[in-house]
Design a binder for this molecule. Structure first.
Ligand code: SAH
Length: 365
């Protein structure tokens, strides 16, 4: 008999969370998300085969090699704008299967000097994905030195270029819900049948950007991991440029954007904790504001289509198709998906964050 689907029975993490809620009361949403993705035994990021066609979701570098290649060339140009420092720290946050870094390094190798100057630093919490990254990068000839880190504060000082694709969306969020004239923490508790359910928790202060006259039930999302990360960037010695690519609106918004994805479809985030990818929109206007508050500068956001267009995706696709006629249709389909005006091309945004002393990086300047 085939094993039951994860959602046909209580997951081990559900049993654990029930106990925890019975003992300590309901969980704030960020604590729930943290448990779902980071639980040492049953968390989602303990698993390896989550990204890609055979997994739960597909990301830009998995769609087309051109994505990582353009980012690799962007890293080289940014390094030159920094004055070609040696060493330079090339840092990726949440590298997934390592595909983006593989494609980026392969493209960057063609420019003399960069890889000799670069040390590569992968910030990854998942040991399963670290292993996948190691295998993926081992396929490259003349590897630069690569080290893995739990968090960015473990990366040595010095000039840094940082890339993060679909990293911020995975950082847990809190939700505040407006009921009876006040903001309340949105929490995960237990219903009469002992199933997980959303509830309104304690009263909390609304953030400064909260609307003055919210509709009853209005939801505001808060991602404190962004402040922590930006503070760590601001504390680094040496100039830095960081590229954040993610999905979410360019302008400030309110509303519930929590989503759970399994096998390329949306699922309920509550019944089977630990078995789906839990993410929420990145609020780019907020991210830019937080970067400035941390003492950094921000450029953008621009849409992914605009960013890749300005970096020359069309020219690169034409050349790659000419060199691989048998794969031309596949290459073109991948590029169209990355650029789609009703899909990734518009929904995904790119924001650069940099030291204030530096000029805006390409293609923002
Ligand atoms: N950038 C990749 C993967 C995106 S999925 C791609 O585009 O395909 C999110 C990645 O971030 C995974 O590698 C996950 O393990 C990692 N991750 C999530 N939370 C993290 C955290 N707090 N610290 C470090 N890595 C984290």
């Amino acid at each position: 008999m085939p094993p039951p689907e994860a959602d046909d029975r209580d997951t081990p993490l559900l049993l654990k969370l029930r106990e925890r809620i019975r003992r300590n009361g309901p969980l704030s949403l960020d604590a729930y998300m943290q448990a779902c993705i980071g639980d040492p035994e049953h968390g989602y990021w303990r698993r390896r085969d989550t990204i890609g066609a055979a997994g739960d979701f597909v990301t830009a570098p998995e769609i087309s090699q051109i994505f990582g290649e353009l980012i690799g060339l962007w890293c080289v140009v940014t390094w030159q704008q920094l004055g070609s420092p040696k060493p330079v720290r090339l840092i990726e946050l949440g590298p997934g299967r390592g595909t983006l870094m593989r494609d980026a390094l392969r493209a960057a190798r063609k420019v003399p000097g960069f890889l000799e100057a670069a040390t590569v630093h992968l910030v990854e919490i998942s040991s399963a994905l670290r292993e996948a990254q190691r295998e993926m990068l081992a396929t490259l000839p003349d590897l630069p030195s690569i080290t893995w880190h739990e968090a960015i504060d473990g990366v040595p000082e010095g000039p840094a270029i940082i890339v993060a694709n679909e990293f911020l969306d995975a950082l847990p969020i809190r939700q505040l819900v407006h009921v009876d004239g006040a903001w309340h923490e949105r929490v995960v508790g237990l219903d009469a049948q002992d199933a997980l359910t959303f509830a309104d928790g304690e009263k909390v202060a609304g953030p400064a950007r909260a609307p003055t006259q919210p509709e009853p039930g209005a939801i505001i999302e808060v991602r404190e991991g962004e402040e922590l990360l930006l503070a760590e960037l601001a504390a680094r010695h040496g100039p830095l440029v960081a590229l954040f690519i993610d999905y979410g609106p360019a302008v400030a918004t309110v509303g519930d954007t929590l989503q759970a994805v399994r096998r390329h479809g949306y699922v309920d985030p509550l019944p089977a904790p630990g078995t789906a990818d839990l993410t929420a929109h990145v609020l780019f206007a907020e991210l830019a504001r937080k970067a400035q508050a941390a003492g950094l500068a921000a450029d953008g956001p621009v849409t992914q289509a605009e960013f890749l267009g300005r970096l020359g995706i069309a020219e690169r696709a034409t050349r790659l198709m000419a060199a691989n006629p048998a794969k031309a249709a596949q290459i073109e389909a991948g590029v169209q998906r990355l650029m789609a005006p009703t899909g990734m091309g518009q929904l995904f945004k790119v924001l650069a964050v940099r030291s204030r002393t530096l000029p805006a990086p390409v293609p923002f300047g």
